[in-house]
Design a protein around this ligand. Sequence first.
Ligand code: ADP
Length: 243
Amino acid sequence: MIKLTNISKSFGRNPVLKSIDLTVNKGEVVVILGPSGSGKTTLLRCVNYLEKPSGGEIAIGDFRMNAEHAAKKDIHALRQKTAMVFQQYNLFKHKTAIENVMEGLVIVKKIPKDEARKRSAALLEKVGLAGKLDAYPSQLSGGQQQRVGIARALALEPEVILFDEPTSALDPELVGEVLEVIRKIAKEGITMIVVTHEMGFARDVANHVVFMDGGVIVEEGPPAQLFNHPREERTKQFLKRIT
Ligand code: ADP
């Protein structure tokens, strides 16, 4: 349902993504692993055009666009189909938890405020924040802020949620609560692409694991295969270092 074809990206003369092909089926959780600087975040950001790819094609369902020469309406359409959860949460600091979740519903989806408020409250309840609707980000822990970020992404009802290292800014004791929420929504069949260093999560929750290095996909497959029987030397070395 999501198909990236030949996606490339250079920053100046530095080629960061080299002709990436990736297919993600509906309802699948794809985890992207790889050493720092391998292009994982850039790839994720290309999927919703926070970075403009230097070439390639992005397809989501029947929608397809040339990633290098995208029309404004295509970029708009792509953004409607994707939502990003950021490492640093990126919440509006002067808005409460519920206002953060409502924002996209009211501004992007043009849903009346009362209805948006209702839906947002239900989503915050789902991520375990029923008692924090009116709290400002500064009054919430990192784990709670990230759960607001997840509720905000869910509110947009995207076809895919893109998670960019969602737990790497958190204190270790807060990582579990965020992974638990991601695990729960994965079970509901929401399509996700997750960049993470959490190997336990990748093993348990991913349907498909992609290992990147140097701007290419070195190896990909189901977690049991990639973790237990990696084929490529670079994958073996990486797994040895981090586990
Ligand atoms: P990863 O997520 O795997 O750590 P990134 O996608 O963040 O890797 O980065 C891949 C490479 O692209 C790195 O060499 C990084 O320095 C470079 N890069 C990322 N963003 C930019 C940018 N905005 N401008 C220039 N270089 C960048």
